[in-house]
Ligand binder design. Structure first.
Ligand code: GRF
Length: 216
């Protein structure tokens, strides 16, 4: 089967991008990164992509008249690369409902909380302030609402007494690096169906939970 062609959109350091690149380096992995785009010139993630020999581009949102123009350029570049699926990986621009609809069910995101808890920014600070015992991450299909959409993979991590935002973020990030490639693999294998805004994973007896990493 042809490998899924993936564009990864970033704004910063790109550690999730790196985990996707590392998994896609295996020719047996059912997806390949064909394009990495950043809205921030010089972001560290671009250097990771170049290091891996991938096509990269920078679309500085500040240089566009408005969101519609920015997204038009984004869409054009992505289509020019024959992309099947867009992965948002720390991409810090809100996409309009128009763009999200154009890429409906072909656009996924990773968020550092157990959605629907703590959508938006400062998730770790809010988790600590709330006193939750478990934090985690979610890979989900993107819908127009912020950090909402059918969940593909989640992983939970414990919140420890004395955790700071930094220690909790590091524990969650390690889980993110397992979850994103797993979600991409499941989609690449054609096993993810959306039924009534929930996903069903073919061949997985239970919802896919990457906490203990029992890969289905
Ligand atoms: C991750 O925590 C991701 O969940 C969030 O932004 C962060 C990006 O980190 N959306 P990196 O750029 O992948 O290292």
């Amino acid at each position: 089967m042809a490998r899924l062609k993936v564009a990864v959109l970033i704004s910063g350091r790109g550690t999730n991008l790196q985990s996707l690149i590392d998994h896609c380096a295996d020719p047996k992995f059912p997806a390949e990164v064909v394009l990495v785009l950043s809205n921030r010139p010089g972001s560290a993630g671009l250097a990771r992509a170049e290091q891996a020999g991938l096509a990269t581009g920078t679309l500085d949102h500040k240089l566009f008249k408005g969101r519609a123009d920015f997204e038009q350029a984004l869409d054009g570049l992505i289509r020019a690369h024959g992309v099947d699926l867009i992965c948002l990986a720390g991409f810090m621009r809100v996409l309009t409902a128009d763009f999200v609809e154009r890429w409906r069910d072909r656009l996924i995101n990773i968020h550092p909380s157990l959605l629907p808890a703590f959508p938006g920014l400062d998730t770790h600070a809010r988790a600590l302030a709330t006193g939750v015992r478990f934090a985690g991450c979610t890979v989900h299909y993107v819908r127009a609402d912020i950090d909402a959409g059918p969940i593909i993979v989640q992983a939970a991590v414990p919140v420890h007494t004395g955790d700071t935002e930094e220690t909790l973020a590091a524990r969650v990030l390690a889980a993110e690096h397992r979850c994103y490639p797993l979600a991409l693999r499941l989609i690449g294998e054609g096993r993810v169906r959306i039924e009534g805004e929930r996903t069903v994973i073919d061949g997985a007896a239970a919802p896919v939970d990457a906490t203990t990493n029992p890969l289905p």
